[in-house]
Ligand binder design. Structure first.
Ligand code: ZN
Length: 303
């Protein structure tokens, strides 16, 4: 049986591809971050005894041309040829897909984008990512990087003149002022710290926002303004029929609603319905996407 994995910085989640095409999470273990052999064991111990393929959603960039992953928060995989090394260690065929791509594909095939030609799935969590699916298939792009709108030093630190003194935030990619650095959950926290001198978690900030706290209101206004301005350019470029959201901030319905209204006010097209919405697979897009990748590669799930 094909085993599907969702490998994140915190957990390795796994599930078996069902005959109806769905995948059900059957367990999770903490991600062995630094030790390659422990990581291999974590995968190996959750596969059956045969030699069926495994399909993996990976929380990081993956270049299928070279097999090399770029996963700074899982050091034992970072810059490694994960595809070659894992296939050698497991004695199985390994399929690897970036987690944002897996989520976008899951939404396009079986979620909020089902039957819709263009789906731009985005992740708003510890980082900002994205994946593009057109007519039910992934757009990979040069080096497999299509959809990764989180990087590039594009941020206006004045939020269109609404702010002063916000400053440019350095990004993990080496640049300064990336969407990922400003509009991730950590970015929201940095905005709050920069504006008010208060070190709160994103959960605390959104909680204070719900209670009408003026400082949190200002932070969320800046955050959603910066995010929707960047997103509007992507929406005008791609013309997505829906922008499903995954990641830790996707559970904040009011936040997504505000991002949606601000984005739709900025774009050229006149969207009659909400565009930026919580994805159907916001919680399990990695596993679901990995299962769809396996089905595309191997046909229907084995009985
Ligand atoms: Zn960056």
């Amino acid at each position: 049986m094909i085993t599907c994995f969702d490998i994140g910085g915190s957990f390795v989640r796994h599930g078996l591809l069902q005959t109806d095409g769905n995948v059900v999470e059957s367990g999770r273990v903490e991600t062995p971050g630094t030790d390659w052999l422990s990581f291999v064991d974590a995968i190996k111990n959750r596969c059956d005894t045969g030699s069926d393929p495994v399909s993996i959603s990976l929380a990081g960039a993956f270049d299928e041309r070279t097999g090399i992953a770029d996963v700074a928060n899982i050091p034992c995989l970072h810059k490694r040829n994960v595809l070659k090394d894992l296939e050698a260690a497991l004695g199985r065929t390994v399929l690897i897909t970036n987690d944002a791509d897996a989520f976008a594909l899951a939404e396009a095939v079986a979620g909020s984008g089902r039957g819709k030609p263009v789906v731009f799935g985005i992740i708003l969590g510890s980082g900002v990512g994205g994946g593009i699916a057109v007519n039910g298939g992934l757009v990979k792009g040069y080096d497999g990087i299509a959809g990764e709108w989180g990087h590039g030093p594009v941020m206006d630190p004045t939020a269109g003149g609404q702010l002063s003194g916000l400053g440019h935030f350095p990004c993990g990619c080496g640049q300064t002022g990336c969407i990922d650095a400003v509009c991730s959950a950590r970015g929201m926290e940095k905005i709050h710290l920069s504006l008010h001198g208060l070190a709160l978690s994103s959960r605390q900030i959104t909680g204070a926002w719900h209670e009408g706290d003026p400082a949190a209101i200002r932070t969320i206004e800046a955050y959603t303004t910066l995010l929707s301005r960047a997103l509007s350019v992507i929406v005008n470029t791609l013309g997505p029929h829906v922008v499903p959201v995954s990641g830790g901030l996707s559970g904040e319905a009011a936040l997504l609603d505000l991002i949606d209204r601000k984005t739709r006010a900025l774009v050229l097209a006149d969207y009659a319905d909400p565009l930026v919405i919580k994805g159907r697979f916001a919680e399990n897009g990695g596993l679901m996407g990995a299962s769809i990748i396996a089905r595309i590669a191997y046909g229907e799930a084995p009985a």
